[in-house]
Design a protein around this ligand. Structure first.
Ligand code: ADP
Ligand code: MG
Length: 275
């Protein structure tokens, strides 16, 4: 009787595509038989195992489609390396209220200071919370809008981006925006204005946006919207990439060749001192 019922449970789990529950079934039944589990607990364990697998798969799929690879986490971010950065502000952003409030987060700083890392880590938090996230660079974004415009699909492309709850636009300022690109980006920003959140990363100050977008008038209109419900996070430290590089160097080289510009060479005849 029990065996027949177990077979029926197994085939139900197969037709419901509950693979993890199926895998766990025998172990849970054994625990039940030994009196280590109550019936309610057994049902609970079976269902939570399946729910956990589905959640893992959902997150894995979402992480692929929102292009957040390589995966970076807040846990993997060394705040002590970046003392100018307020850890509490980043951890507050990780609570994701800025998404609910449709704000724009600006991460500003020189190359290698962790802007993309933090943007990705916040994106992952959002994915785990069930938000629609998409990461792109400014150049890729403008190119995708330009292509859509050429093919007469601009409206549906803008609609696609408008449906994303958190749009991460990385690398504003490294490469100049192509002709007409400022205009396309402006249309996107207008479509999302006060409706959805963004994280923008840039190595350039806002004063340089006219140059970045090749059009001071559009740049001003962009900033008008992007600085209206905004959180601006400047990072003023040195490059983590170069630090890693210097870690690989032998000690005697490392002490002389670092991120910090070398001290001026002593003039001929000057006294040499130990350091
Ligand atoms: P940016 O986008 O500002 O140029 P990235 O976020 O790409 O810099 O950081 C460069 C590399 O250094 C990445 O691999 C990133 O994970 C790592 N990194 C940067 N800052 C930190 C940090 N404070 N702790 C740990 N890893 C960091
Ligand atoms: Mg970057």
């Amino acid at each position: 009787m029990t065996a027949r019922m177990l077979d029926a449970i197994r085939s139900s789990l197969v037709s419901l595509r509950m693979r993890r529950a199926l895998e766990e079934l025998d172990a849970i039944v054994r625990q039940l038989e030994r009196g280590q589990l109550g019936a309610i607990e057994a049902i609970h364990n079976l269902l939570t195992a399946e729910a956990a697998r589905r959640e893992d798969r959902r997150v894995a799929m979402a992480l692929k489609t929102c292009r957040l690879a390589p995966i970076k986490t807040l846990e993997g971010f060394d705040f002590s390396f970046q003392p100018s950065l307020d850890r509490d502000r980043i951890m507050a952003l990780a609570e994701l209220d800025f998404i609910r409030r449709h704000e724009t987060v600006h991460l500003l700083g020189p190359p290698g200071t962790g802007k993309s890392h933090l943007a990705c880590a916040l994106g992952i938090r959002a994915v785990k919370a069930g938000k629609r996230v998409y990461r792109t660079t400014l150049v890729e974004l403008v190119e995708s809008l330009a292509q859509a415009a050429r093919e007469g699909r601009l409206v549906s492309k803008l609609r696609f981006y408008a449906r994303i709850s958190l749009l991460i636009v990385d690398e504003i300022g490294y490469l100049p925006v192509s002709e007409g690109g400022a205009n396309l980006f402006f249309q996107l920003v207008s479509a999302r204005y006060e409706k959805a959140a963004m994280i923008l990363t840039s190595n350039r100050g806002f004063g340089e946006w006219g140059e970045v977008f090749g059009d001071p008038v559009v740049a001003t209109a962009l900033l008008d919207r992007l600085l209206h419900h905004a959180v601006v996070i400047p990072i003023e430290g040195s490059s983590y990439r170069l630090r890693q590089h210097s870690d690989l160097m032998p000690e005697h080289v490392r002490t002389n060749a670092t991120i910090i510009p070398p001290a001026p060479k002593p003039q001929k005849g000057a006294t040499m001192t130990d350091n």
